[in-house]
Design a binder for this molecule. Structure first.
Ligand code: ADP
Length: 217
């Protein structure tokens, strides 16, 4: 299956993507994670991306599309993939369509995770991520680690992402509304969008997502 996940920052895209990718046996491709990996390796791309990310803005299309394309062309993505955080504007969606067309491939679904704005702000403000693995995510109030600042899964250090500060979150939400939301209409025109509520227990949201994807087949 080839799936795109959309939803505002804090909707739980990363959390759900990890779970769905495992169940569906497809790789989880997160452009945010790819950028963060470049930042920690201090690559040129990482340095460039960081300045945009810290301000809550999108990284320029040219480098983002090239990075996403490169990842989608890896052998593990041949049979399908779950894209998380890409495309994030209409020109990226068009670039993805072109890329898929040249490979004679199509998207199966665009899963839209809906969550109220006050809820996503609360989730992001309390989010803590493991330095070893971005799939290990905690929340200071909702899902606290057993020991403060330490990952339950691997013992790694938990930190707050630089772009999770309140001011940057506001900007990210604004960017989501103005630049990313239009891709939902773009994909609606292709009949690909399935929308689910991203509130409630994590496992319940995963169940809803799998149901919606099945119905869509
Ligand atoms: P979230 O979904 O919580 O906002 P991500 O990890 O997906 O978090 O993205 C973090 C940041 O990485 C974005 O605010 C943006 O600066 C950058 N980024 C990620 N994906 C893209 C993309 N497709 N195009 C441009 N910038 C991106």
């Amino acid at each position: 299956m080839r799936i795109v996940l959309v939803g505002p920052p804090g909707a739980g895209k990363g959390t759900q993507a990890t779970r769905l990718a495992e169940t569906l046996h497809i790789p989880h491709i997160s452009t945010g994670d790819l950028f963060r990996a470049n930042i920690s390796r201090q690559t040129e791309l990482g340095k460039l991306a960081k300045s945009y990310m810290d301000a809550g803005n999108l990284v320029p299309d040219e480098v983002t599309i090239a990075m996403a394309k490169d990842r989608m062309e890896q052998p593990d993505a041949e049979g399908g993939f779950l894209l998380d955080g890409f495309p994030r504007n209409v020109s990226q969606a068009e670039a993805l369509d072109e890329l898929l067309e040249t490979e004679d491939m199509k998207l199966d679904a665009v899963l839209d995770l809906e969550a109220p704005e006050d809820e996503v702000v609360k989730r992001i403000a309390g989010r803590r991520v493991c330095r070893n693995d971005s799939a290990h995510v905690f929340h200071v109030a909702y899902t606290p680690p057993k020991k403060e600042g330490v990952c339950d899964v691997c013992g790694g250090e938990l930190y707050q992402r630089d772009d999770d500060s309140e001011e940057t979150v506001r900007r990210r939400l604004e960017v989501y509304h103005t630049q990313t939301e239009p891709i939902i209409d773009y994909y609606k025109a292709q009949g690909l969008v399935v929308t689910i509520a991203a509130t409630g227990p994590v496992a319940e949201v995963t169940r809803r997502a799998l149901e919606a994807l099945k119905r869509d087949q």
